[in-house]
Design a protein around this ligand. Structure first.
Ligand code: SF4
Ligand code: SF4
Length: 179
Protein backbone atom coordinates (compact mmCIF):
# COMPACT_ATOMS: atom_id res chain seq x y z
CA UNK A 1 0.00 0.00 0.00
CA UNK A 2 1.43 3.40 -0.95
CA UNK A 3 1.51 6.63 1.08
CA UNK A 4 2.64 7.28 4.59
CA UNK A 5 1.72 4.63 7.15
CA UNK A 6 -0.53 5.50 10.08
CA UNK A 7 1.49 6.46 13.20
CA UNK A 8 4.49 7.49 11.00
CA UNK A 9 2.76 10.72 10.08
CA UNK A 10 1.65 11.54 13.65
CA UNK A 11 -1.76 12.43 15.02
CA UNK A 12 -2.05 15.66 12.99
CA UNK A 13 -1.39 13.70 9.79
CA UNK A 14 -3.86 10.96 10.71
CA UNK A 15 -6.61 13.47 11.50
CA UNK A 16 -5.85 15.56 8.41
CA UNK A 17 -6.13 12.38 6.31
CA UNK A 18 -9.77 11.88 7.36
CA UNK A 19 -12.53 13.60 5.31
CA UNK A 20 -13.44 15.81 8.29
CA UNK A 21 -9.87 16.79 9.04
CA UNK A 22 -8.80 17.99 5.61
CA UNK A 23 -9.02 21.72 6.54
CA UNK A 24 -7.29 21.33 9.91
CA UNK A 25 -4.43 23.68 8.99
CA UNK A 26 -6.83 26.48 8.12
CA UNK A 27 -7.70 27.13 11.78
CA UNK A 28 -7.01 30.76 12.70
CA UNK A 29 -7.50 30.18 16.44
CA UNK A 30 -10.33 32.71 16.56
CA UNK A 31 -11.99 30.86 19.45
CA UNK A 32 -15.55 30.98 18.11
CA UNK A 33 -15.86 27.21 18.59
CA UNK A 34 -15.04 27.47 22.30
CA UNK A 35 -17.18 30.58 22.75
CA UNK A 36 -20.27 28.73 21.49
CA UNK A 37 -19.53 25.30 23.05
CA UNK A 38 -21.98 24.39 25.86
CA UNK A 39 -19.53 21.89 27.35
CA UNK A 40 -16.79 24.57 27.53
CA UNK A 41 -19.23 26.66 29.53
CA UNK A 42 -19.91 23.82 31.95
CA UNK A 43 -16.48 22.12 32.21
CA UNK A 44 -13.56 24.37 33.19
CA UNK A 45 -10.59 23.89 30.85
CA UNK A 46 -12.48 22.18 28.02
CA UNK A 47 -11.84 24.01 24.75
CA UNK A 48 -12.37 22.76 21.19
CA UNK A 49 -10.08 25.59 20.02
CA UNK A 50 -7.28 24.22 22.17
CA UNK A 51 -7.91 20.65 21.04
CA UNK A 52 -7.62 21.77 17.41
CA UNK A 53 -4.41 23.69 18.23
CA UNK A 54 -2.89 20.74 20.08
CA UNK A 55 -3.78 18.46 17.16
CA UNK A 56 -2.02 20.79 14.69
CA UNK A 57 1.00 20.89 17.02
CA UNK A 58 0.90 17.09 17.13
CA UNK A 59 0.74 16.81 20.92
CA UNK A 60 -0.56 13.30 20.43
CA UNK A 61 0.51 11.63 23.66
CA UNK A 62 -1.12 14.31 25.76
CA UNK A 63 -4.34 14.40 23.74
CA UNK A 64 -4.87 10.69 23.17
CA UNK A 65 -4.55 9.88 26.86
CA UNK A 66 -6.75 12.76 28.01
CA UNK A 67 -10.29 12.49 29.34
CA UNK A 68 -11.25 15.80 27.75
CA UNK A 69 -11.56 14.39 24.21
CA UNK A 70 -14.47 12.35 25.60
CA UNK A 71 -16.31 15.34 27.14
CA UNK A 72 -17.62 16.60 23.77
CA UNK A 73 -21.40 16.11 23.52
CA UNK A 74 -21.39 16.20 19.69
CA UNK A 75 -23.93 19.00 19.58
CA UNK A 76 -22.20 20.45 16.44
CA UNK A 77 -22.40 24.04 17.73
CA UNK A 78 -18.67 24.48 17.05
CA UNK A 79 -19.14 23.25 13.47
CA UNK A 80 -21.90 25.79 12.89
CA UNK A 81 -19.81 28.64 14.31
CA UNK A 82 -16.48 27.93 12.55
CA UNK A 83 -15.97 30.26 9.56
CA UNK A 84 -13.00 28.20 8.35
CA UNK A 85 -14.85 24.90 7.86
CA UNK A 86 -12.68 23.14 10.46
CA UNK A 87 -15.44 20.96 12.01
CA UNK A 88 -13.93 20.68 15.53
CA UNK A 89 -16.57 18.14 16.62
CA UNK A 90 -15.50 15.75 13.87
CA UNK A 91 -11.83 16.35 14.59
CA UNK A 92 -12.50 15.36 18.20
CA UNK A 93 -14.26 12.20 16.96
CA UNK A 94 -11.27 11.39 14.74
CA UNK A 95 -8.96 11.82 17.76
CA UNK A 96 -11.17 9.50 19.83
CA UNK A 97 -10.95 6.88 17.10
CA UNK A 98 -7.16 7.24 17.03
CA UNK A 99 -7.03 6.96 20.84
CA UNK A 100 -8.86 3.62 20.68
CA UNK A 101 -6.83 2.39 17.72
CA UNK A 102 -3.57 3.19 19.49
CA UNK A 103 -4.65 1.45 22.69
CA UNK A 104 -5.41 4.51 24.86
CA UNK A 105 -8.36 2.84 26.56
CA UNK A 106 -7.88 3.69 30.21
CA UNK A 107 -9.95 6.86 30.35
CA UNK A 108 -13.57 6.97 31.48
CA UNK A 109 -14.68 7.95 27.97
CA UNK A 110 -12.78 5.13 26.30
CA UNK A 111 -14.05 2.59 28.83
CA UNK A 112 -17.61 3.85 28.26
CA UNK A 113 -17.26 3.47 24.49
CA UNK A 114 -15.74 0.00 24.75
CA UNK A 115 -18.48 -1.08 27.18
CA UNK A 116 -21.10 0.05 24.63
CA UNK A 117 -19.39 -1.94 21.89
CA UNK A 118 -19.02 -5.00 24.08
CA UNK A 119 -22.68 -4.93 25.19
CA UNK A 120 -24.00 -4.40 21.68
CA UNK A 121 -21.82 -7.22 20.36
CA UNK A 122 -22.83 -9.52 23.24
CA UNK A 123 -26.59 -9.13 23.74
CA UNK A 124 -27.53 -6.37 21.30
CA UNK A 125 -28.36 -3.85 24.01
CA UNK A 126 -26.75 -2.09 26.95
CA UNK A 127 -26.43 -3.44 30.45
CA UNK A 128 -27.18 -0.07 31.99
CA UNK A 129 -26.95 -1.40 35.55
CA UNK A 130 -23.24 -2.17 35.10
CA UNK A 131 -22.36 0.56 32.61
CA UNK A 132 -21.59 3.21 35.24
CA UNK A 133 -19.18 0.95 37.12
CA UNK A 134 -17.44 -0.15 33.90
CA UNK A 135 -17.02 3.54 32.99
CA UNK A 136 -16.13 5.14 36.33
CA UNK A 137 -14.83 2.10 38.21
CA UNK A 138 -14.39 2.87 41.95
CA UNK A 139 -15.55 6.47 41.52
CA UNK A 140 -19.01 4.95 41.03
CA UNK A 141 -19.29 4.66 44.82
CA UNK A 142 -19.42 8.45 45.07
CA UNK A 143 -22.78 8.14 43.31
CA UNK A 144 -24.38 5.88 45.91
CA UNK A 145 -26.71 8.61 47.29
CA UNK A 146 -27.96 9.25 43.75
CA UNK A 147 -28.36 5.51 43.14
CA UNK A 148 -30.36 5.16 46.37
CA UNK A 149 -32.79 7.81 45.16
CA UNK A 150 -33.11 5.98 41.82
CA UNK A 151 -33.70 2.69 43.67
CA UNK A 152 -36.45 4.28 45.78
CA UNK A 153 -38.19 5.38 42.58
CA UNK A 154 -37.74 2.00 40.84
CA UNK A 155 -35.36 3.50 38.25
CA UNK A 156 -32.42 1.07 38.62
CA UNK A 157 -32.28 -1.09 35.46
CA UNK A 158 -32.06 -4.90 35.84
CA UNK A 159 -28.47 -6.29 35.97
CA UNK A 160 -29.31 -9.18 33.63
CA UNK A 161 -30.02 -8.33 30.00
CA UNK A 162 -31.83 -10.65 27.59
CA UNK A 163 -30.34 -11.09 24.12
CA UNK A 164 -32.29 -9.39 21.35
CA UNK A 165 -33.45 -11.10 18.16
CA UNK A 166 -31.29 -10.67 15.05
CA UNK A 167 -27.95 -10.73 16.87
CA UNK A 168 -26.18 -12.11 13.80
CA UNK A 169 -27.03 -8.89 11.94
CA UNK A 170 -25.80 -6.74 14.82
CA UNK A 171 -22.55 -8.71 14.99
CA UNK A 172 -22.08 -8.38 11.21
CA UNK A 173 -22.41 -4.60 11.56
CA UNK A 174 -19.88 -4.55 14.39
CA UNK A 175 -17.44 -6.65 12.37
CA UNK A 176 -17.80 -4.16 9.51
CA UNK A 177 -17.06 -1.30 11.94
CA UNK A 178 -13.93 -3.03 13.23
CA UNK A 179 -12.37 -3.29 9.74
S1 SF4 B 1 -11.70 25.64 14.74
FE1 SF4 B 1 -12.70 27.32 13.62
S2 SF4 B 1 -13.87 28.45 15.21
FE2 SF4 B 1 -12.36 27.17 16.26
S3 SF4 B 1 -10.58 28.45 16.57
FE3 SF4 B 1 -10.24 27.35 14.64
S4 SF4 B 1 -11.04 28.70 13.05
FE4 SF4 B 1 -11.87 29.45 14.98
S1 SF4 C 1 -19.70 19.37 19.32
FE1 SF4 C 1 -18.45 19.12 21.17
S2 SF4 C 1 -16.80 20.62 21.02
FE2 SF4 C 1 -18.38 21.18 19.53
S3 SF4 C 1 -19.67 22.66 20.58
FE3 SF4 C 1 -20.62 20.66 20.89
S4 SF4 C 1 -19.77 19.87 22.81
FE4 SF4 C 1 -18.46 21.60 22.15
Amino acid sequence: MGGTARHDRGLAGDVAATPDGKDLDHCIQCGMCTATCPVAEAVPGFSPRQIVARTILDLADELLASDEIWYCARCQQCVASCRKNIRPADIITAIRTEALRRGNRDTAGARHTMAFLSDLGGKGKLNEALLTFRTLRWSTFKMIPYAMRMLARGKIPPPIVKEIEGMDEVQALIEEFRK
